[in-house]
Write a new protein. Structure first.
Length: 255
């Protein structure tokens, strides 16, 4: 297996373990009673760990809580080590240019950009933006009978890892007001990049946010709206990484 893909696979395993642990915390909320005040504590809230440790509880509760915290800290340490390795890979000549372009989008951090780039390998093998979206399994299927063509849900065929990553990126992208100021994190990712790339990414972000709001206003279920945004986000990735976005920075049409 390609070492880069193997690294991503291992990293995904650890993040899934981490997610499962936090789910366990949510399922096992601790209920403490201080006089007439009841406080429900979700143990996965890392910033509250010191406060949680100081709470009064029985010996068995303390032992169970310590096991949860130790397991979570262990997983966090593993994730940090893999994230550092991902950053090292990102800085290499092989990935730096293309991944840096993808990071200019709101919602696409270093790990997401590396995942998309490594799993895609070469955007040039796709003749169109729609072909790439189809590869991710984010395009809608079709059931034809006679003269009738009925649209059904997304095909879910193709690369599952990219599809999952794009959906997660879309969820982050649509947060906030359409004309809200850029976050400091996004500004730092865009720092030093070509102005045309930044303009293209910003226009794409604005368009996707507007589309998401319109879908929600039409009472489209949120999950379907997110998938629609992820599909168009996939269509924007190829032209940007290949440097084929139009000279006037118009975003592509995913059709």
């Amino acid at each position: 297996m390609n070492p880069e893909i193997e690294l991503h696979t291992d990293f995904e395993t650890f993040t899934e373990d981490h997610t499962e642990i936090t789910k366990q915390y949510k399922r096992n909320q601790w209920l403490y009673k201080f006089g007439d005040i009841k406080v429900s504590v979700i143990c996965h809230m890392y910033e509250s760990m010191n406060w949680i440790r100081e709470l009064e509880m029985s010996e068995i509760q303390r032992e169970t809580l310590n096991e949860y915290i130790a397991e979570m800290e262990n997983l966090n340490d593993k994730i940090d080590r893999f994230m550092n390795r991902i950053d090292e890979m990102y800085q290499s000549d092989r990935y730096n240019e293309k991944v840096s372009k993808l990071r200019c989008f709101k919602g696409i951090d270093t790990f997401a950009a590396m995942t998309i780039q490594v799993e895609t390998a070469d955007f040039e093998r796709f003749p169109s933006a729609k072909a790439y979206a189809s590869y991710t399994g984010l395009t809608t299927g079709e059931h034809s009978s006679g003269d009738k063509n009925n649209r059904i849900g997304i095909t879910k065929q193709g690369n599952t890892v990219i599809r999952k990553t794009l959906v997660e990126c879309a969820q982050a992208l649509v947060k906030g007001n359409v004309y809200a100021k850029k976050s400091q994190r996004l500004k730092s990712r865009q720092k030093g990049m070509d102005v045309n790339i930044i303009v293209y990414a910003d226009k794409a972000t604005e368009r996707l946010k507007k589309k998401y709001q319109k879908l929600i206003e039409r009472n489209v279920p949120r999950n379907k709206a997110i998938v629609a945004i992820a599909r168009e986000l996939a269509c924007f990735n190829g032209p940007l990484t290949l440097g084929t976005q139009s000279t006037n920075n118009r975003v592509v049409n995913c059709r």
